[in-house]
Design a protein around this ligand. Structure first.
Ligand code: 5GP
Length: 115
């Protein structure tokens, strides 16, 4: 079964796509946690950050470069932003298709809630 993100990459289900190239696709999160909340995903299914190998260096690097370009296009680069990859259960990953969250547009507070 393709992941929900693979179906977005393929154009099979709608999403607000802000960027796409031969390696990655970026689209707005359906449940935004900040004024700008965009997900950058590899077009090819990689389940999580824990599954990255040396063969994925180009796509992993592309995800970061695209995040920087989108942050500039969204007008959040000067004030700053946060990039997050949740990995597997303890990381809070909900969709098993690697994705980089780009969040910004307001002060985001501390990185983690302490308890
Ligand atoms: P995770 O918790 O796995 O790091 O983040 C998954 C993210 O995917 C969540 O922020 C969630 O709102 C987003 N998401 C889940 N399903 C969809 C969808 O169908 N479309 C879009 N645009 N975002 C989704």
């Amino acid at each position: 079964m393709p992941t929900i993100f693979s179906r977005i990459v393929a154009g099979e289900i709608p999403a607000d796509i802000v960027y796409q190239d031969e390696l990655v696709t970026a689209f707005r999160d359906i449940n935004p946690k900040a004024p700008t909340h965009i997900l950058i995903v590899p077009n090819r299914e990689i389940p999580s950050a824990a599954d990255l190998t040396e063969a994925d260096e180009q796509v992993a690097g592309r995800m970061l470069i695209v995040a920087r370009k989108i942050a500039e296009a969204e007008g959040i680069a000067d004030d700053g932003y946060r990039l997050i990859i949740n990995c597997k259960e303890h990381g809070g990953q909900e969709v098993d298709h690697l994705h980089l969250h780009l969040l910004g547009g307001r002060p985001l507070g501390p990185m983690l809630l302490t308890r």
